[in-house]
Ligand binder design. Sequence first.
Ligand code: NAP
Length: 585
Amino acid sequence: MGVATAVVHLYYRDALMHTTPTPYASRIQRFRLPRVCVAVVGEDPNKIIDKAESLVRDNSFMEFRLDYMANPLAGLPKLKHFLDMHPEATVIATCRRAVNGGRFKGSAASQLEVLTKAAVVGFQLVDIELQSAEILKAGELAALKDKVGVILSFHDFKSSKKLEDSFGEMKRYPADFYKVVSTATTLHDNVQMMKFVQAHSAQYEMVGLCMGEQGIISRVLGVRAGTIFTFGAALKGEETAPGQVMASELRDTYRIEMVDAATQVYGVAGDPVAHSMSPIMMNTAFRRETVNAVYLALHAKTLKDLLTCVHDIPIRGLSITMPYKQQIVDALANSDELTKQIGACNTVVRAQDGKLYGFNTDVAGIVVPLEQRMSLQGAKILIVGAGGVARAAAFGLKNKGAEVFITNRTAEKGQALARQSKTKYMKRVDVAKASFDVIINATPLGMGTNKQTPLEDKELNTKYLFDLVYTPAETNLVKMAKAKNIQIIPGLEMFVQQGARQFEIWAGKPAPVADMGFVVSKALERIAAQNGDGGSSGSNGATRSSTKPATEPVAPKAAPPVGKKKAKAPAAKPAKKAAKKTSKR
Ligand code: NAP
């Protein structure tokens, strides 16, 4: 929309609105407000000012939570100084009452006094709850609105039901912005919220979003439905609402200022997914390759909830993680051979016709790092473990012509996998007598605070150790192997390679593997530094929970082959081609 069209659009929208916008709000509407408003908290005005000073260069739109201050009224003169010094900043004054989820203990009348004074000292917008508006005397809210832009807000801390009912109440009061914040208990609640905002955004200035971990969809995609702006935390630990993400994350990871109707939506779906590193890795890849796409962490408590959202949002592609890798197979119209063989899918493409096609890139996650170092034809490989990842490794490596052995704590499970994948089972007592080109640790031993090793020193007779655990980067198994001059393949390479292959399927072009590896290892280092310890990692190792720094370079490097000819990494397969090929099967 050009500037002239935007002005005309605003003119007509104002004409349609039931309420006349104040001169203040009109002034604000003419600007294009940034999409992210950063919530600033502090117990006294100096703390708020210090934070605001550090934020204002990158965040010209802020919300000062006056209710976090011991005495909001007394703090206003100091805040005035900041507002005077920063005419470039647009600042909301919020003094949320404790009964409505804030920290202000005063009455609605005292809240009105604070907000009226906030208008006088120069705040451009004030936020007041519907419940306070209901208590105030007739005309008091209108009088406030004559002085300052008013955001009338409503928060539901339990659910996303009754959005229309709440808004019906809100519309009875004059306001420049109507802010409806609910709580997502399913992914589909986001769809409800976005449909609600869309239904009213032509007539009203709407801000609508869902709180809670599952509300991330509405926080990022709400702007497409007509939400004027969304809220972000200044720092981790300073969230002013459940599920609020950092403002820097909204801008840098999710590129919220660029999200538009054409932005394709992808995500990692599982339960849990809160600490998944996939969003940071995949959004980096999309940004680096200038793909108009955003990738979200989708906490799906049921597969049904996920599948409904895939069609309603719609979502173009999914990374599937535990516990849905097997269950998703039944929902697929077709899948690649690996998915069929292994019975598990970690990558979904939603085609134009709405059908879902499945791929398994976990295999690539194991095969590619190995092929970058050796030819797999005839390579002697021991897999320790017989779970999901061992399964992908067994089938994938057997397909590449490797001589694969499996050993497992529960012999029957290992034997069953060996039978199915046409590989060999090796009893644990025989491991020390044998030697291998590669040993793969496909157990969780060594992960996080676990110090155990799946094999003993005398059993590590191998050229390479591929420890799929990568948090911490240096497990005791890796330490033992290094002491024996065994070359290490870091487990993070699997995570990066399976993600790279997903990117290639979705985007149809080669993935920026080095950037993906770099950003994940840096994020892990940052988190480990924040935690100040080695900490633990999550279920698939690809998590942001407390971890030791990934001290080894993770961007895959070509290493000398093991006396055999070097194999090429598989080329990218364009998404369309891949999907077409799949649908033929
Ligand atoms: P899984 O399906 O739960 O399988 C775990 C396997 O480890 C089973 O074979 C199990 O043996 C064995 N095991 C568990 N505890 C053991 C113990 N105390 N002693 C000996 N064996 C034990 O898990 P998965 O999905 O295959 O994942 C395995 C590990 O791979 C994860 O923990 C994670 O660290 C890593 N991973 C890495 C990536 C990556 O991108 N790098 C991705 C996914 C997973 P039983 O059959 O006897 O129970």
